[in-house]
Ligand binder design. Structure first.
Ligand code: R1P
Ligand code: URA
Length: 232
């Protein structure tokens, strides 16, 4: 057991899908993995290991925000030997051409959080996704007839911002969408020499104010799940 994960050594695969929502982890395990076994229920942050097309894969909820994914990512890499982490999340669109239910692949992740400023003594680190997995995810999406949006995203420390127009500065610089974890995931991967990629589905738009309900966010983002499982 690690501090936050109740698995024994060897119970977690080298490749782990990481949705923020633990119920999305359960959905992926029940609908995509064969012989899935639940290895973690600590804090209700479900983790499962099973097989997909014969390959051993785990799926672990990350929780919301940079500190939460940092804790699970750190323990997966350092306590369980995980080598590939693929976030499967939801995001809010910043751009008119990025529509609800579209797929976004995070080439890089900007942030308004101070964690990396602290880590790098006031300097800026540019967290980027793994290039091979990025290419694989784009190719798989195209095979499925999907044109994914690939580019910079914002990993925000704030869901309910005091300034309702704060997002527009990022939008002006071409940032595609907002979520809350990837900058930490990519930084952890760089520090520990493992691979990470984030694949997102647009759940709402800050441009049009459209939004999908929680059940859709938990269960209907199956294209993103298929892309992630393919590159796993
Ligand atoms: O749907 P998940 O993966 O949780 O991702 C997004 O949704 C949560 C906010 O509602 C944040 O965790 C954000 O990153
Ligand atoms: O962090 C998030 C995730 C989805 N939608 C948002 O607006 N923000």
């Amino acid at each position: 057991m690690s501090v936050h994960i109740g698995a024994q050594k060897g119970e977690i695969a080298e490749t782990v899908l990481m949705p923020g929502d633990p119920l999305r982890a359960k959905f992926i395990a029940e609908n995509f993995l064969e012989d899935a076994v639940c290895y973690n229920e600590v804090r209700g942050m479900y983790g499962y290991t099973g097989t997909y097309k014969g390959k051993r894969i785990s799926v672990q909820g990350s929780g919301m925000g940079l500190p939460s994914i940092s804790i699970y990512g750190h323990e997966l890499i350092n306590e369980y030997g995980v080598k590939k982490l693929i976030r499967v999340g939801s995001c809010g669109s910043f751009q008119p051409h990025v529509k609800v239910r579209d797929i976004v692949i995070a080439q890089a992740a900007s942030t308004n959080a101070s964690v990396n400023r602290n880590r790098f003594k006031g300097m800026d680190f540019a967290p980027v996704g793994d290039f091979d997995m990025l290419m694989g995810a784009v190719a798989k999406a195209m095979d499925m007839g999907i044109n994914p949006h690939v580019g910079n995203i914002l990993s925000s420390d704030i869901f309910y911002d005091d300034d309702p127009n704060a997002w527009k500065l990022w939008a002006e610089y071409g940032v595609l969408a907002v979520e809350m974890e990837t900058t930490a995931l990519y930084t952890l991967a760089a520090k520990f020499g493992v691979k990470a990629l984030t694949v997102l589905t647009v759940s709402d738009s800050l441009v049009t104010h459209e939004a999908l309900p929680a059940e859709d966010r938990e269960k209907t983002f199956t294209q993103m799940m298929e892309i992630a499982l393919d590159i796993a």
